[in-house]
Design a protein around this ligand. Structure first.
Ligand code: ZN
Ligand code: ZN
Length: 263
């Protein structure tokens, strides 16, 4: 004789996760996220979520940019404005971490390991070191754009992923269809500052018109600033009245025209 209670007791509750979160949960279970640096399994954060990025122990090993640095670009400098910034119009930049060998490894894995979600942990680390009023006068975040063929090959633009992750904290819009890269360029590695600037002539353009006063360009690394300055000039020509930039890291080594830089 069947128990009537049993006939109605087994009822599966629908999964309460949104489709994107459900997929992420399955992927996290199949491929548990690990620290970019030490590869240890990442733990749940205070929100009971796994935040892709760097574990707490490794985060302490990263070097935050410390003074003295150039007030314009953020590169290490004993003078208020470094020789490079004295040369011409420069977009003021704020960089959070030194581009040392460890950060170089972090950025390399962020860009080439098909894990755009690392941006969440990296953006959270950036926010930890930014003044609470840093975003006050900004109207929108504009990631340094990637050439469409390169974007297709890599699958994501790391600057855009960082911008989207930052926007979760600062609540500013991310604009990706205004500033575009219309020309691919030869790799910047090994080029002098002048050669880098020449290499980027005509590389960026604006699509349509926007009435945006203050723009913050987001990128992963600042080396000579050639890319950010080229983006900034294009945005200014399109009507942006104030353009600044924010980068995850900066190559602090003093540079000159003959320097060979790695990216
Ligand atoms: Zn670690
Ligand atoms: Zn400078």
């Amino acid at each position: 004789m069947s128990n009537p209670k049993n006939t109605r007791s087994v009822r599966y509750r629908p999964i309460a996760l949104e489709p994107g979160k459900a997929i992420k949960a399955v992927l996290d279970w199949l491929f548990p996220p690990r620290c970019i640096i030490c590869k240890d399994l990442l733990r749940l954060n205070i929100h009971k979520e796994i935040e892709y990025g760097v574990c707490e122990l490794c985060e302490d090993l990263l070097n935050v940019v410390q003074p003295p640095f150039c007030s314009m670009c953020g590169i290490h400098s004993e003078t208020d404005v470094c020789p490079n910034c004295k040369r011409g119009r420069i977009i003021p930049n704020k960089a959070v971490f030194e581009y040392d060998p460890l950060m170089r490894e972090v950025i390399h894995r962020f860009k080439y390991s098909s894990r755009p979600l690392y941006a969440n942990g990296l953006a959270r680390m950036m926010m930890n070191h930014l003044d609470s009023r840093f975003f006050d006068s900004i109207d929108a975040l504009v990631p340094a754009p990637m050439y469409h063929k390169k974007l297709k090959k890599r699958g994501y633009n790391q600057a855009e992923e960082l911008a989207r992750a930052l926007s979760k904290s600062c609540a500013l819009p991310v604009i990706t269809d205004w500033l575009v890269r219309v020309r691919d360029t030869t790799p910047q590695s090994g080029l002098s500052i002048d050669a880098r600037e020449n290499n980027l002539v005509g590389a960026f353009a604006l699509r349509g018109e926007r009435d945006i006063n203050s723009v913050l360009i987001i990128d992963d690394i600042y080396t000579t600033g050639a890319t950010i300055n080229a983006c900034g000039k294009t945005l200014a020509a399109g009507g942006a009245r104030a353009v600044r930039s924010l980068t995850l890291a900066i190559a602090l080594k003093h540079i000159d025209d003959n320097a060979v830089l790695m990216k």
